[in-house]
Design a protein around this ligand. Structure first.
Ligand code: UDX
Length: 448
């Protein structure tokens, strides 16, 4: 797009780490393709503009100050955002449209790209006569389950029966059935699915989710753009972490850790273990006699150092000898490190993709929502994950860690994960690159 005007895109993520990160990666990619980028964001959990000097930032009111996001209030947060942000975002955009026209020689917004979590933006964009594209930050399979969920309300949520329309997923894997306030969730799904977008962007790889993308294409008249994994395409060193990363863990990994010897343990930005469970995890990890790098977020426990001090002496010594505990890690760098041989994860979609791209197999311990779908894909479709839903109890933990890190079962998964890593590398240069070029053309055609 050299020597031409840069078309301006406004990208709008919700204030959640697992959604902000891929949206900023998408922004980086589109900027490299010649677009001007504005990120409209809530004050709560706002991204740090100084980490993204090429973008403009546009804050709007959200009504969420000091909220702690947990797996239990996740649906309420979605509802709050979809109610409280309607007028504030509208006001902000109207003001911005005028400002651009007056100060930037009549510049217009070429397109709004919004996260599907903020479903109200579909009608807002129509009201403001702005073209819009929805960005789905979870897997395509997860979106497909929503369509099926709406027809399956009465089925037993613990059923291990396979869902007829969904390859290899069981009823118990469906996101609808593992949230506390199902009614609200159903309402929000209904709204989400009533959206009639012009285009849908997915952070996924065609070869991984071929069947789900084909089924979605039949349901949507929209253009689907599976452009992923975004973190690989963006290749962006800019940090989008809300919490401060602790880089000391990289020095710890560098120091005397044999290849593939470290288990990385993290439940992402929302799921957490209770204090009693943390003690069981500490004992299980130490008893497994494997090295481990463990992320314990400040929300999980207020004073991690005091808690570590309070552990029984032998466990404390074991953690000091074999472990490294941090509040937040540079996860992509950790997973890419040669010393890391396994990941104990909640199976958030970003963590899933990051692990697949580095050929690291996973102990899958999903907590809520799409994580169960991802866990099922990892364990039963791509065969690089151990499905694990046992009690958080030290002997169970010791066993599952050794299954992944020591036993031949884990070694086979590591081999399979390495194959998948290569397949994904090929797809990034193939189908994902084609989808990205298709998206650029499509946005330009909206403004031709
Ligand atoms: C949420 C939902 O829980 C998830 O299921 C959905 O798919 C996306 O939104 P989250 O729980 O945070 O996300 O999980 P995940 O999608 O894995 O995203 C976490 C992000 O934080 C990843 O990009 C990961 O690299 C990053 N991270 C996590 C760090 O950078 N450091 C850490 O210590 C932990």
């Amino acid at each position: 797009m050299e020597n031409q005007i840069r078309h301006r895109l406004v990208l709008i993520p919700p204030p959640l780490q697992g959604h902000i990160t891929p949206m900023l990666q998408l922004a980086t990619i589109l900027h490299s393709k010649g677009f001007s980028i504005t990120i409209a964001h809530t004050h709560f959990n706002s991204p740090n503009p100084s980490n993204h000097p090429n973008f403009n930032f546009l804050p709007f009111f959200d009504g969420l100050s000091n909220t702690q996001i947990t797996s239990k209030n996740f649906v309420d947060i979605a509802s709050t955002l979809n109610i409280k942000c309607v007028s504030s975002l509208k006001e902000t955009l109207v003001h911005y449209i005028t400002k651009l026209a007056n100060e930037n020689h009549g510049e217009k917004i070429a397109c709004i790209i919004y996260d599907g979590f903020l479903s109200f933006i579909d009608s807002l964009a129509k009201e403001l006569k702005l073209p819009s594209i929805v960005f789905r930050t979870t897997s395509a399979t997860n979106l497909l389950t929503y369509h099926v969920c709406l027809q399956l309300q009465s089925k037993d949520s613990k059923s291990r029966d396979l869902v007829p329309e969904l390859d290899l997923l069981r009823f118990k894997d469906l996101p609808l059935f593992n949230l506390t306030n199902q009614y609200d969730f159903l309402q929000s799904i209904g709204k989400t699915l009533s959206i009639t977008p012009l285009g849908v962007i997915f952070n996924t790889v065609e070869s991984l989710e071929d069947s789900s993308l084909n089924q979605l294409q039949k349901l949507y008249k929209a253009n689907l753009f599976p452009i992923g994994p975004l973190h690989m395409i963006a290749n962006d060193a800019n940090n989008s972490s809300i919490l401060q990363e602790n880089d000391n863990c990289i020095s710890w990994l560098n120091y005397n850790k044999p290849r593939k010897s470290v288990l990385y343990v993290s439940l992402g930005s929302i799921a957490s273990w209770e204090e009693k469970e943390l003690t069981e995890v500490a004992c299980g990890l130490v008893n497994s006699r494997q090295n481990f790098l463990w992320v314990i977020r400040p929300e999980s426990i207020s004073d991690v150092s005091a808690w570590l001090e309070s552990l029984p002496e032998d466990v404390k010594v074991g953690v000091a000898e074999r472990g490294c505990v941090v509040k937040w890690a540079p996860q992509s760098e950790v997973l890419a490190h040669k010393a890391v041989g396994g990941f104990w994860s909640h199976c958030g979609w970003n963590s899933t993709l990051e692990s697949l791209c580095e050929g690291v197999p996973i102990i899958c311990q999903p907590s809520f929502g799409d994580q169960r779908v991802n866990a099922r894909l990892l364990s039963h479709v791509w065969k690089v994950g151990l499905e694990w839903c046992n009690a958080i109890e030290r002997d169970e933990i010791e066993r599952v860690v050794r299954r992944l890190m020591v036993n031949s079962e884990g070694e086979m998964m590591r081999q399979r994960a390495t194959e998948l890593k290569h397949e994904i590398g090929i797809a990034v240069r193939g189908s994902s690159c084609d989808a990205l070029n298709g998206l650029v053309k499509y946005i330009l055609s909206l403004n031709a």
